[in-house]
Design a protein around this ligand. Structure first.
Ligand code: DAH
Length: 341
């Protein structure tokens, strides 16, 4: 029996030292020390021993058990230390390597221009307001004094949602004038930037979706002189001091009188060039004194109050400012284009 134990000692210690992972170690523990293990098998034969031999062999067997247990523990510690070492090796970081720069985005060029304009108007005490892009024809047309039968109300020009032409995608930001007059306390000073929609084919100067900025002032004693002074100041801030402007008579149903504001071409100084298409002038916006009928329709007494309004295209402004020659570039969001600004 002593020899059997000695053989088991040698075989087990050798196997344990060769085990190379936790799972095979556990298998060895079961193999040697488990209920059906080899040491147990040896102990079962104790019955055959004499009464003197039995305690001696029992002691030897206990000693062997703890030797095997110790060997297993030791090997387990070795294995986990080696694993940790490998893991650390795998995860070593060379802090002297140059880092990878995260790609930083930036504001879209058109929104730079919009922010500049917002700043100018905020500085003059205007509020910035927002409104629906899905609009009632009442607000987009009727309350703006645009009659049934006006060409801009045609199905070929406007995106309608309903057969009865009642609900549409707004074709201009001017309905924001009505919303402001119906919901705000007087006096009113607002600008309302936002998307507008028209059934236009896409080309270098047209898109079925584009942006406008609406502006409006309603107060007692407001005149065309206020309109001119304010817009001249805005033009000066956008295009620089000394920019020459011209207020040219025009027609809009919701303003009376109406005008368009041109700036003298900053490239040729008015002689005519490719930038101004030979005109010497560049159109910037439409404006006018809010029509008395529009005021009255919103419950404002035109004998007490008056106001002026304007609407301008944001893309056109951004194209001018950044010398962008094709409107499509603004919407395609090709980073090679956007990165230039
Ligand atoms: N809504 C007009 C357009 O889309 C632009 C405009 C003209 C707005 C005159 C105004 C205005 O507020 O007074 O062409």
């Amino acid at each position: 029996m002593k020899e059997m134990m000695q053989a088991l000692r040698e075989a087990s210690i050798k196997a344990i030292l060769n085990a190379d992972d936790a799972e095979s170690l556990e298998n060895l523990r079961v193999k040697y020390l488990g209920k059906k293990g080899e040491l147990t098998a040896i102990l079962r034969q104790m019955g055959k021993l004499s009464a003197e031999e039995r305690p001696v062999m029992g002691q030897l067997a206990n000693q062997l058990r703890s030797e095997i247990e110790n060997a297993i523990d030791q090997r387990r510690n070795e294995l986990s230390a080696a694993m940790l070492e490998k893991k650390l090796e795998r995860e070593t970081l060379d802090v002297t390597l140059p880092g990878e720069k995260p790609h930083m985005g930036h504001k879209h060029p058109m929104y730079n221009v919009l922010d500049q304009i917002k700043d100018i108007f905020i500085g003059m005490g205007f509020e910035i307001v927002d409104g629906p892009e899905v609009e009632l024809a009442d607000y987009n047309f009727t309350k703006l004094n645009i009659d049934e039968g006006h060409p801009s109300r045609e199905w070929t020009d406007t995106f309608y949602f309903t057969e009865d032409s009642r609900i549409l995608l707004r074709t201009q930001t001017s309905p924001m004038q009505i919303h402001a007059m119906e919901t705000r306390e007087l006096p009113i000073r607002i600008i309302a930037p936002g998307r507008v929609y028209r059934k236009d084919e896409v080309d270098a100067t047209h898109s079925p979706m584009f942006h406008q900025i609406e502006g409006m002032v309603i107060d007692k004693g407001v005149t065309m002189a206020d309109l001119k002074a304010t817009l001249n100041l805005v033009v000066e801030k956008i295009y620089g001091k000394g920019t020459v402007t011209r207020f040219r008579p025009h027609h809009f149903p919701f303003t009376e009188p109406s005008c368009e504001l041109d700036i003298q071409c900053h490239k040729c100084g008015g002689k005519g060039c490719s930038t101004c298409k030979g005109e010497g002038w560049i159109e910037v916006l439409g404006a006018g004194m809010v029509h008395p009928k529009v005021l009255a329709g919103c419950g404002i007494d035109p004998d007490v109050y008056s106001g002026w309004a304007f609407g301008m295209g944001l893309e056109r402004l951004a194209m001018g400012e950044y010398k962008i020659t094709d409107l499509r570039l603004i919407f395609e969001n090709d980073v090679r284009f956007l990165e230039q600004f």
